[in-house]
Design a protein around this ligand. Structure first.
Ligand code: HMG
Ligand code: MG
Length: 298
């Protein structure tokens, strides 16, 4: 155990991961307002949307409109997901300066999610990383199914390490390790992170937990104790991947920030504003927030 970091950077994935799984179409104006509200909370990384195929994720078909209309604040990064060069070009056309590519540790999930093997997906990323380097665009990398796969079941740790290392070598500045279906528990999460950190520097790693089985905060804590200092979360606990059977919301940003503040870890975030933003979003979605902290404050 390496103790805990003194500060943590939250990567807010609500506008992308949070909304991509919503069944009813959310108005473009609501998505824009969500990102702009999040911008007032102190967040420095707000994943804005996804330039994937609109046939695969119809909810985010308005990615270009959303990205073009948001107020981009100085010092705040607005990464967007891109699965291929076509996505990269669409993102660049509206001025994206940070993108995220995504693969998985499980072949079965990758095939369902992006219709490619792991090797094929990494080959698709190569030209994106080359172009991004020339364009001075930062590239983040996701590895999904790091603690289990909805189709293949167990995912060997060596596969997680191999994919994370390949994506880091390719030039991704940060690798986010995703428990896509929220199946992990703290000891497994810690062991997974430790194994990856032996191949990729801890400073270049982030964790991304879905809360399907109520384990996400415990998993975040285990990984903080292991030394990670970047945590992905979604406002109001929204989220899920339409191609990961049984996946539900991400760990709620409000809940992570409450825990970090209670532990004396700096986040630079305004918890009250986060709570207000999450409650506003849940009212827009017509259901109660999944954030326990927001519910307790309401
Ligand atoms: P494909 O069908 O194999 O693609 O899908 P294709 O290259 O054969 O193209 C088919 C059609 O899609 C063509 O249109 C292309 O132009 C179009 P047509 O000629 O038939 O009219 N197309 C595009 N259109 C707009 N933007 C693009 C694009 N690419 C192709 N970028 C593909 C392959 C990768 C495109 C598809 O599988 C896809 O978009 N998948 C995305 C799935 C997704 O977004 N999943 C959720 C995000 S991942 C996640 O949530 C996990 C994460 O949160 C971490 C974790 O929790 O673990 C990140
Ligand atoms: Mg996710």
């Amino acid at each position: 155990m390496s103790g805990q970091p003194s500060s943590v950077r939250i990567v807010e994935v609500g506008p992308r991961d949070g909304l991509q799984n919503e069944k009813t179409v959310i108005p473009t104006a609501t998505k824009i307002e969500l990102i702009n509200r999040l911008g007032t909370t102190g967040l420095r990384s707000i994943e804005a949307t996804s330039f994937v195929s609109p046939r695969w994720v119809p909810q985010l078909a308005d990615a270009a409109e959303v990205f073009a209309a948001i107020t981009r604040l100085p010092g705040v990064s607005y990464p967007v997901l891109v699965p291929n060069e076509q996505g990269y070009e669409r993102a660049r056309k509206v001025g994206a300066t940070e993108v995220a590519v995504f693969s998985a540790a499980s072949e079965a999930f990758n095939r369902k999610n992006i219709n490619a093997s792991i090797d094929e997906s990494i080959e698709r990323f190569r030209p994106i990383l080359d172009r991004a380097a020339a364009d001075k665009v930062k590239v983040r990398g996701y590895v999904s199914t790091v603690l289990g796969c909805p189709y293949q079941g167990e995912v060997p740790l060596s596969d997680v390490v191999r994919v994370a290392e390949r994506m880091h070598r390719l030039g991704c500045y940060e690798i986010s390790l995703g428990d896509t279906i929220g199946i992990g528990t703290p000891r497994k999460a810690r062991e997974m992170l430790r194994a990856v950190a032996a191949a990729v520097p801890m400073e270049a790693l982030a964790v991304h937990f879905h809360d399907t089985r109520g384990q996400a905060l415990a998993n975040v804590l285990a990984c903080l104790e292991e030394g990670v200092s970047v945590v992905d979360s979604a406002i109001s606990g929204t989220g899920g991947c339409p191609y990961a059977k049984g996946a539900t919301g991400n760990v709620a940003t409000e809940d992570v920030v409450y825990m970090l503040q209670g532990m004396g870890i700096t986040t630079g975030l305004d918890l009250d504003r986060l709570i207000d933003t999450g409650l506003w979003l849940s009212s827009q979605l017509g259901r109660e927030t999944s954030s326990r902290v927001a519910r307790a404050s309401a």
